[in-house]
Design a protein around this ligand. Structure first.
Ligand SMILES: [Ca+2]
Length: 337
């Protein structure tokens, strides 16, 4: 009977497999079971094939948000869908310039005229300062104006949902950059995450998870692939918890140029005029892992990607060399409140 031979290659494969198993198990043990999964780095979101009469721009819906409620701001489930439960207060359509800033009034303690403050910082709480001026009013008070898409609302405490179909002008990788967010914004792309095809006006029962979440004072970006002429459902959910607010985003196109007013590539299809919906297939194939609850997705580069489910969406993946890398890039921004 021949003696059993040890195959060095097989042994190496076993070691490699064990190492990967250890990585996945370790990774899985760090994952919270109740949080929402992130989307893999540089993925292929499912698009829609649409016929009908599109209107240019985003549709914005405004939702009630009590002031200074940070329990909502730290909860990904709030931004995924729970924000709708607090009640819609208005709607504006045709938005092609999606970025905005909002201010609160400063009533100077020295009796000078009231002015709008973009850079408040709290001092002598609940009062605050704007530059060198001590304001006599409180940061805990809701303040109204129409600086968000012309809609009169409590800009100091409000949640805004933007929905539309992003029509890809070119084929290739796109990078969505949330460069300045005060206080929180989440990004969703694809008919599996943003909203279902021909369901821009409807509920969110067809979708799950989110693509990117950013909380003040950080900035983030995420890269995904799109095909020219296809319509990709996108949804942005922004909240200002108190004081001034900022939503500043940019879209980097495949050729490298970065667009500030990228809302010009977005269209609204009312559900009643949206016809012949058909989801395209996702290039990245999903396969179930036999290990615990971890999900492994094989992408075109044959890199094994593990979902992370950390709350702030700082997702990681393991490349072919076994190195754990981050999906998103943090960008330093200023420290304004
Ligand atoms: Ca704020």
């Amino acid at each position: 009977m021949p003696k059993k031979q040890t195959n060095p290659s097989a042994s190496f494969d076993q070691m490699k497999t064990s190492f990967l198993l250890l990585l996945v198990v370790t990774f899985t043990s760090l994952v919270s079971a109740n949080s929402i999964p992130c989307i893999p780095w540089q993925f292929n979101p499912p698009s829609c094939k649409l016929n009908g009469s599109p209107k240019p721009g985003f549709t914005a819906r405004f939702f009630h948000l009590p002031i200074n409620q940070w329990v909502y701001m730290r909860d990904p489930s709030y931004f995924a869908n729970d924000y709708r439960e607090l009640g819609q207060i208005g709607e504006v359509s045709g938005i092609t310039k999606q970025n905005f800033v909002s201010t609160i009034p400063c009533i100077p303690e020295n009796g000078n005229p009231t002015f709008e403050c973009y850079t408040p910082f709290y001092e002598n709480y609940p009062r605050y300062k704007c530059g060198d001026v001590q304001c006599s009013n409180s940061v805990r008070t809701p303040y109204w104006n129409n600086q968000i898409y012309g809609f009169q609302t409590t800009v100091s405490n409000v949640t805004v949902e933007l929905t539309g179909y992003l029509k890809a002008p070119q084929t290739g990788p796109y990078t969505m950059i949330f460069s300045n967010i005060d206080d929180v914004a989440y990004f969703f792309v694809g008919s599996d995450t943003a909203f279902g095809c021909c369901n821009q006006d409807g509920d969110l029962s067809e979708v799950d998870g989110y693509t990117m979440g950013v909380m003040y004072p950080y900035a983030k970006q995420v890269t995904f692939n799109m095909v020219e002429g296809q319509y990709y459902p996108i949804r942005i959910v922004y909240s200002n918890a108190w004081m001034s607010g900022t939503f500043e985003s940019q879209l980097q196109l495949p050729l490298g140029n970065t667009i500030l007013n990228w809302g010009k590539y977005v269209y609204t299809y009312e559900d009643k005029t949206c016809k012949n919906p058909s989801s395209s297939s996702v290039s990245a194939s999903s396969t179930s892992s036999s290990i615990s609850t971890s999900t492994v997705v094989s992408v075109s580069t044959s890199v094994s990607v593990s979902y992370s489910t950390v709350a702030d969406c700082d997702c990681t993946y393991t490349d072919s060399d076994g190195v754990v890398k981050s999906y998103h890039t943090d960008l330093p921004i200023n420290t304004r409140k």
